[in-house]
Design a protein around this ligand. Structure first.
Ligand code: ADP
Length: 448
């Protein structure tokens, strides 16, 4: 069994991991930059090590600093959280070479799924339905035009190494291809140091629905239903729910089984998410994330499982504590991402939190690392909390979220909370009638 976990992250996800460790009787180590000396994860962990100055490149992304922190503290495992080094195959490999357990899949699996072209080829071979597009990378704008002529416009040019919605270009007609192709390449080279791109059919009004899978690393994998993450702005998720409105038990079981089998066939270990665009009753694979997702608590709520605990158990070489047949959905859960951002333009809004009060009561979970008197530093992601509610059905969950948002107090900063208070009043939301463009269209209407 793992005895001491170093958490290579900060904020609410660091707390999330510390909590799971504590319940398992495992010691925890926080790492932090000098900007985070007063952060809650530093206070809450059993030990803390400063690993560098504020820029993430010199602290939270510094592999040598994190490996040194492991050897100083005797940590025998690292949980990467999400973001930062969580999908960095080199990091997982360096830890493996140092005899430190990476709590996540093997570096080989991270590498495979991190290359979206290779991932798609692999999934296709496993019988996973994929968005129609190029077979492999596309080397030139001419080739891109030939592919687009075959699958039909509009198409989307995407970076093979893509992530965070960067390096994606929509192309409506052939005359726009040359420019879009070159700019997608440039953006990909700048963001990922890899300018390989591929083409997909642009789906006009899909929903983003993803399947949570979990593998034991020995060839067994289960699926834990789906999450609807269609409420996005600039390809960034803002609100997620589980189960997805309107998905039938049959559809869920169908795509769930395909997804779990794809994970099982590579002997995938730990938590993973297989993302699909859902259109015209069909699921179309876009990518697999080889880590814990920000939105994992909605799945935990409806299945009553602790995914981080399971990650730690499986990384310790123990069996998963649940079987597919035990996985029954109970009720409905919604997560709202509370970002320190100023509406209506979502400008980052770091600064001092003068008063913080978390909502509570039945079915309310607030995962946050802020406190009254805490200064949100300007160097990192703007997520300061995740408000998650669970109710016996979707209507109850919506009412509960509205009630909980009303209780949340974050004085001193602007946050995205007021946005959800409005969105949750919309008839379209109540009806589950939204796709990946709904929020941006709604925001435009508000500003008109
Ligand atoms: P990233 O890894 O950068 O997040 P994804 O491939 O997961 O990129 O796509 C992010 C989002 O971009 C999706 O949730 C969806 O909103 C949009 N998107 C991606 N591919 C397509 C497509 N083929 N058609 C329409 N929208 C797409």
């Amino acid at each position: 069994m793992i005895s001491k976990v170093l958490i290579a992250n900060r904020g609410e996800i660091a707390l999330r991991v510390i909590r799971a460790c504590r319940e398992l009787g495992i010691r925890s180590v926080a790492v932090h930059s000098t900007a985070d000396s007063y952060a809650m994860h530093v206070r809450m962990a059993d030990e803390a090590v400063c690993i560098g100055p504020p820029p993430a490149g010199r602290s939270y992304l510094s592999i040598p600093s994190i490996v040194s922190a492991c050897s100083i503290t005797g940590a025998d495992a690292v949980h990467p959280g999400y973001g930062f080094l969580s999908e960095n195959a080199e990091f997982a490999q360096v830890l493996e070479e140092h005899g430190i357990k990476f709590i996540g899949p093997s570096s080989e699996h991270i590498r495979l799924m991190g290359d979206k072209v290779a991932a798609k080829e692999y999934m296709k071979r496993q019988g996973v339905p994929c968005v129609p597009g190029s077979n492999g990378p596309v080397p030139s704008a001419e080739r891109a035009m030939a592919v687009a002529a075959k699958i039909g416009y509009p198409v989307i040019v995407k970076a093979a190494a893509g992530g965070g919605g960067r390096g994606m270009k929509h192309v409506g007609a052939s005359e726009d291809m040359e420019f879009a192709f070159q700019s997608a390449r440039r953006e990909a080279r700048a963001a990922f140091g890899n300018d390989e791109v591929y083409i997909e059919k642009f789906l006009e009004t899909p929903r983003h629905i993803e399947i949570q899978v979990f593998g034991d690393g020995c060839g067994k994998a289960v699926f834990l239903g789906e999450r609807d993450c269609s409420l996005q702005r600039r390809h960034q998720k803002l609100l997620e729910e589980a189960p997805a409105p309107g998905i039938t038990e049959e559809q869920r079981a169908g795509i769930g089984e395909i997804s779990a089998n794809a994970a099982a066939s590579i002997r995938y270990s730990g938590a993973g998410t297989i993302e699909y665009l859902f259109a015209d009753g069909e699921f179309n694979f876009i990518e697999m994330n080889t880590r814990l997702q920000v939105e994992h608590p909605v799945t935990e709520a409806i299945f009553g499982v602790d995914l981080v605990r399971e990650q730690i158990l499986v990384a310790s070489g123990m069996p998963m504590s649940f079987k597919q047949e035990d996985m029954r959905i109970r009720g409905h859960a919604i997560e709202a991402r509370i970002n320190a951002e100023r509406l209506p333009n979502f400008d980052p809004c770091p600064g001092l939190v003068s008063t913080y009060h978390a909502p509570g009561g039945l079915g309310v979970r607030m995962d946050s690392a802020i406190y009254s008197g805490y200064a949100v530093p300007p160097h990192y992601d703007s997520l300061i909390g995740k408000l998650v509610v669970h109710g016996l059905d979707r209507q109850t969950a919506i009412a509960r979220m509205r009630r909980a948002l009303g209780e949340l107090i974050v004085d001193g900063l602007d946050t995205t909370a007021p946005l959800f208070e409005q969105v949750l009043q919309e008839q379209d939301f109540a009806d589950g009638n939204y796709d990946i463009h709904w929020l941006e269209n709604w925001l435009k209407k508000q500003q008109a």
